[in-house]
Design a protein around this ligand. Structure first.
Ligand code: ADQ
Length: 483
């Protein structure tokens, strides 16, 4: 019987070894939830890295790890420190990530990173070849594994392979600067279906294929000698029900059931009932525009001083890729900016910015979403941005204002949000004022449209539509060449 094989850099399980004991827990991330229906018990397999370094994993524990993973329908790819340095922190996060997010000045073109990326991609491809067979349906995820489709195709010419990119695909003018641009495109073209979050990323990709490989491209089909590859957009949704239910449960909690975090937020609301709470939640990443957002907040308070002591900005930044120098510099910049602005503007009753540098448990994330008046998300580039969607799903009484960067993929589906250009401080100051003063009825009218759309196109539907398109593509492509 044919199976569905999912392959991504990280597995959807958290493995930990502590004092010689192994624990394995399914992770609760969006991708893991969304792919649940595809990665069903019994007929699916998920292949990826466990997050454990080979050097930290005692050899005698390998069989135990394999067994624990097998129970969750997962199989592992082992990586050592040097591979993680070259493939993950190197090529993936110092070359592709900045390049695809239009940060050319941060992009490093290092041959040794590229060599490591190739050999680790081969390791992932080998894991598929060892654990699957040619009749299976293979879905490869994201920018860390762009060479895998072609590596499989070379061994299994009839395999059914899909690829989805979770980050933007940049314009040809940016993409063409990469020394290994043709190899990356050829790697991706091992797929039958290539998916992006938005139509623009799809268009950029097709333009690069046409201009760099000189291939025959018609609408969103790429014609090879013996195959047709479909390129399409599949905007990723969220597990709407999960966020809505969590918000409802949260609202129904008695005082004793509330989290300490929620109690603190309630106390703050009681002590300053006219103060509006603005939240910003992201991984600490330069693409998310956090430093610019803080500068824009200062600009807003100077332009509209009547809002001093009447607003508070909560910045929640999840630590991320702290081995990469740009992320260390950004952390320092944000620490200093928050310190300076709070130092200059605070009063005995008011601290303008509350800054948390940590990952919060799901429950507290919901506390923040539901307690705030405004969510302010200003990525300079973002493949999609799920936080924007999660925020709207938790607003069960339909109040709340979303201010969202037009550079986020999610902006294409969220027209009723207040869309801004994150580089335009004047516009952002005016938009913050508008959000603070927006009548409840208008908030509710906007959120009703947003919620209806998000409810319809959930992450589960996203995954199923991709799979259906992949199966249809294989059949269609075969028919083209058989007839
Ligand atoms: P990310 O860049 O990680 O994802 P995003 O889509 O916003 O960005 O997802 C972040 C996730 O982390 C959300 O589910 C959010 O709830 C969670 N999160 C954020 N801050 C948190 C905190 N402090 N504590 C706990 N959880 C937190 C990449 C791309 C995106 C694309 C996704 C999915 O960069 O553009 O939307 O993949 O394809």
């Amino acid at each position: 019987m044919s199976k569905t094989i999912i392959i991504s850099n990280r597995l959807p399980v958290q493995l930990k070894i502590s004092e010689g004991k192994l624990t394995a827990e399914p992770s609760v991330g969006g991708l893991a939830t969304g792919l649940k229906s595809v990665h069903r018990d019994g007929d699916g397999l998920w292949i990826g890295w466990t997050g454990l370094m080979e050097e930290d994993t005692p050899e005698e524990m390998e069989p135990e790890i394999d067994k624990a993973l097998a129970k969750l329908n997962c199989a592992k790819v082992n990586l050592n420190i040097s591979e993680i340095e070259g493939y993950y922190f190197g090529f993936s996060n110092r070359t592709i990530w900045p390049l695809y997010h239009y940060f050319l000045e941060y992009t490093e073109f290092e041959l040794k990173f590229w060599e490591s990326y190739k050999s680790v991609n081969q390791k992932f491809a080998d894991a598929i070849l060892a654990n699957a067979n040619e009749e299976d349906t293979i879905w490869v995820h994201d920018y860390q594994l762009m060479l895998v489709p072609q590596m499989i195709r070379e061994v299994w010419p009839n395999a059914n392979i899909g690829f989805f990119l979770h980050i933007p695909f940049p314009s040809y003018e940016i993409f063409r600067t990469m020394p290994w641009r043709e190899e990356v495109l050829e790697g991706l073209l091992g797929s039958d279906l290539i998916g992006f979050h938005t139509y623009d990323y799809e268009r950029h990709f097709l333009s690069s294929v046409r201009r760099l490989l000189n291939l025959d491209v018609s609408f969103n089909d790429i014609y090879l000698e013996n195959r047709v590859i479909k390129v399409d957009s599949f905007p990723m949704g969220i597990d709407y029900q999960k966020f809505e239910n969590a918000a409802k449960e949260n609202a129904a909690n008695s005082e004793a059931e509330k989290s300490d975090f929620q109690k603190k937020l309630d106390e703050h609301k009681k002590s300053a009932p006219d103060t509006k709470l603005i939240i910003s939640i992201d991984r600490l990443d330069y693409s998310k525009g956090i430093a610019k957002r803080i500068n824009a907040f200062e600009y807003f308070l100077n332009k509209y001083p009547q809002f001093k002591e009447k607003v508070r900005l909560i910045i929640l930044a999840v630590p991320s890729r702290s081995n990469v120098p740009q992320y260390q510099l950004l952390k320092k910049e944000i620490d200093e900016l928050v310190g300076r602005i709070n130092g200059e503007l605070s009063t005995v009753n008011w601290t303008p910015i509350w800054y948390f540098y940590r990952s919060l448990p799901f429950e507290n994330l919901i506390d923040l979403y539901t307690s705030s008046d405004i969510a302010w998300l200003t990525p300079l580039r973002d493949g999609m941005n799920l936080v924007a969607k999660e925020y709207i799903a938790t607003r069960t009484d339909k109040t709340g204002v979303l201010i969202l960067s037009e550079m986020a993929g999610s902006a294409y589906e969220m027209n009723e949000a207040l869309l801004i250009n994150p580089n335009n401080f004047e516009q952002q100051a005016d938009t913050l004022k508008k959000a603070i003063e927006m009548p409840k009825e208008q908030q509710m009218a906007r959120n009703m449209f947003l919620q209806n759309r998000l409810k319809r196109y959930t992450v589960e539907i996203w995954a199923n539509e991709f799979m259906q398109a992949l199966l249809a593509q294989k059949e269609g492509s075969l028919a083209t060449f058989v007839s």
